[in-house]
Design a protein around this ligand. Structure first.
Ligand code: AMP
Ligand code: MG
Length: 317
């Protein structure tokens, strides 16, 4: 696609240096990650992270995930524990976020952690972002690069559409490999999943050799900022539908559904990973086409299907 936005830059050494310099100056940069695009700022700097909250219109009580290059960088800020080390060895760098206890002398801004005594940390796998993290002597607070409660961005153009020129530079890393936010696992006491993602509950249970629970939508979401309404296209949505009217957008899954102008198939091959990757792109497309109602068929509640259903449930709130 032709780049019509002046703040989208391709990834090369020159542009990486530019991005790194902006971050050092406490400015924000749009970055690709393997999950969704992020809005990055110095997690130690209140000035930088304040800008994230303002630009995203994010409630100040919703803490940010802090992204590190490796354990060496992390050690000063959190208290490590065995469950964390196990999961770290197995899944990091990758699409998993760990909630840990914050160290008293941590340099993290209180605004980054919404004044909590805990902090959510992640080690992203995306090569571009890893190069950036490696060259900085501070970690990056990176929420998804969208206005609070909107659809998460999965391309550099999505980020530009959200923020226009208020972000100095958006690095274009192509479309996101996974397309859904990271799994969030709370390891401050008995492990529990706060947000389902690509790495599933069964995989994490197996790695820890214990049964872990999941805060699903039918229960009250306890984590601060686990906002019920989220990922929203701003159009009413009906879930678990068998059919839709011609003037309604119909999001479907699998080849049993006919093709049609208003039919948006997340995966003809009934592949849940592919469906996850297509979800936000599809919601944005439907919004651009000005539909007034979205119907969604039922999506299998297995593997990453749990994460897809989690996002759909919140989008429909
Ligand atoms: P996002 O809004 O996509 O940046 O995702 C960040 C998620 O991580 C939010 O749902 C936060 O509530 C959650 N989170 C961040 N820090 C913490 C924390 N210390 N404890 C529990 N959840 C957290
Ligand atoms: Mg988000």
């Amino acid at each position: 696609m032709k780049n019509i936005y002046s703040n989208i830059f391709k990834v090369n050494n020159n542009n990486l240096s530019k991005a790194i310099n902006w971050l050092k100056k406490r400015e924000l940069v749009g970055v690709p990650t393997e999950t969704v695009y992020g809005l990055a700022g110095n997690a130690y700097s209140s000035k930088a992270v304040k800008k994230i909250y303002i630009l995203k219109k994010r409630p100040s009580k919703n803490p940010l995930i802090v992204h590190y290059y490796n354990l060496e960088q992390l050690k000063n800020d959190v208290v490590l524990n065995n469950n964390f080390l196990r999961l770290y060895k197995k899944f990091s760098p990758g699409p998993i976020t760990f909630v840990l206890k914050k160290k008293k002398n941590s340099l993290l801004s209180n605004i980054t952690t919404a004044k909590l005594k805990t902090v959510a940390v992640r080690f992203p796998e995306n090569k571009t972002l890893r190069k950036i993290l490696k060259s900085l002597n501070f970690p990056l607070a990176i929420p998804s690069a969208n206005k609070s409660s909107h659809i998460s961005p999965v391309s550099a153009e999505d980020v530009a559409q959200e923020f226009y020129n208020s972000v100095k530079i958006i690095l274009n890393g192509g479309s996101c490999k996974i397309g859904l936010e990271s799994t969030v696992v709370d390891l401050t006491s008995k492990p529990k999943i706060l947000r389902p993602g690509f790495i599933g509950v069964a995989t994490i249970s197996k790695a820890l050799n214990i049964k872990i629970s999941i805060n699903n939508n039918s229960r009250i979401i306890k984590a601060p900022g686990m906002l019920k309404r989220h990922y929203s296209p701003g159009i009413p949505m009906k879930l678990n539908q068998k059919k839709a009217k011609n003037n309604e957008a119909f999001i479907v899954f699998g080849k049993k559904y006919k093709k049609g102008k208003n039919i948006f198939n997340l995966s003809y091959k009934s592949n849940l990973d592919e469906a996850a990757k297509n979800l936000y792109k599809t919601l944005r497309l439907i919004k651009d086409k000005n539909y007034k109602m979205i119907c969604v068929c039922s999506i299998p509640q297995a593997g990453i299907g749990l994460a897809i259903n989690d996002r759909l449930n919140r989008a429909a709130k």
